[in-house]
Design a binder for this molecule. Structure first.
Ligand SMILES: C[S@@+](CC[C@H](N)C(=O)[O-])C[C@H]1O[C@@H](n2cnc3c(N)ncnc32)[C@H](O)[C@@H]1O
Length: 253
């Protein structure tokens, strides 16, 4: 079966993003960490806002959030989420198609966040330097930028058993979603973890309804140097989250 990139049009990674993240205990508490980084009512820019999981939760707490994402299928879900929110909460969220390596909204925010490994989707190097420059360009002096990145231990996992589901989640009407890691390879020289994840949707009788193989790459590097180049200094020790990553918080001098 041909593989699709993660979050591509028609991908099941986009369609089931909320189902999978809701089941992911390793993300528990991330929103509380971001909310502590700025006072309620602050202006927040989220790079890689995805389906609006974090943007909606921050808007519920009184923040005004601008969320940008490069993937239309993810932004479509974020837009659909707005419709389910109270009007005042939805009114505090602005969504835009955009690339975190080349964004210039010509305005400053109190806080820039890049949750759940958003930056790690991009090769370390020029893309990371540009993403940190984007964060710095959109921050008021003294503002914070928080990037959630995978830990080295999470990147250097052994190959998975492709026959054993890594996740099984109930869906509406008795259907089920199963995820398998079909391939997993870490290249030390590139700091890159490449995975092929099979999404399988089953009906209530266990018959396969949809199946899709999707490629997910994460890149690992020390974020300190590209952040420093952009004028961002580490503000505190990285905050561990869920045993698989850390939230790195930088301050614009
Ligand atoms: C794991 S999701 C995180 C979504 C959301 N922030 C959350 O925490 O649930 C990563 C998101 O980053 C987006 N992304 C990847 N590369 C991007 C880029 N260059 N610019 C903007 N968004 C990007 C993906 O499309 C995806 O929606």
């Amino acid at each position: 079966m041909p593989t699709k990139p993660y979050y591509a049009p028609g991908s099941l990674s986009a369609a089931f993003y909320d189902v999978v993240t809701a089941a992911d205990v390793r993300l528990a508490g991330d929103i509380g960490i971001y909310a502590e980084l700025a006072p309620p009512g602050a202006q927040v820019l989220e790079l890689g806002t995805g389906s609006g999981r974090v943007a909606a939760a921050l808007a519920e707490r009184g923040f005004a959030v601008t969320g940008i994402d490069i993937a239309r299928p993810m932004l479509e879900q974020a837009k659909a989420r707005l419709g389910s929110l109270p009007a005042d909460v939805a009114g505090r969220i602005e969504l835009r198609l955009g690339d975190m390596t080349a964004l210039d909204l010509k305005r400053a925010f109190d806080l820039v966040i890049c949750p759940y490994f958003g930056l790690a989707h991009l090769p370390a190097g020029a893309a990371w330097r540009n993403a940190f420059a984007t964060a710095a360009r959109h921050l008021a002096d003294g503002g914070l930028a928080a990037f959630h990145l995978p830990s080295p231990a999470a990147m250097r996992q052994p190959p998975a058993d492709p026959t054993a589901p890594v996740l099984e989640q109930p869906l509406a009407g008795g259907a089920r979603l199963r995820l398998y890691v079909r391939e997993r390879r870490f290249r030390e020289d590139l700091g890159r973890l490449q995975q092929v994840i099979d999404y399988v949707e089953l009906d209530r009788a266990g018959r396969e309804l949809r199946r899709s193989s999707e490629r997910l790459a994460y890149y690992m590097a020390d974020p300190g140097p590209p952040a420093a180049l952009a004028g961002l200094a580490l503000d505190r020790p990285p905050i561990p989250l869920g045993g698989v990553g850390e939230i790195w918080v930088f301050r614009k001098a």
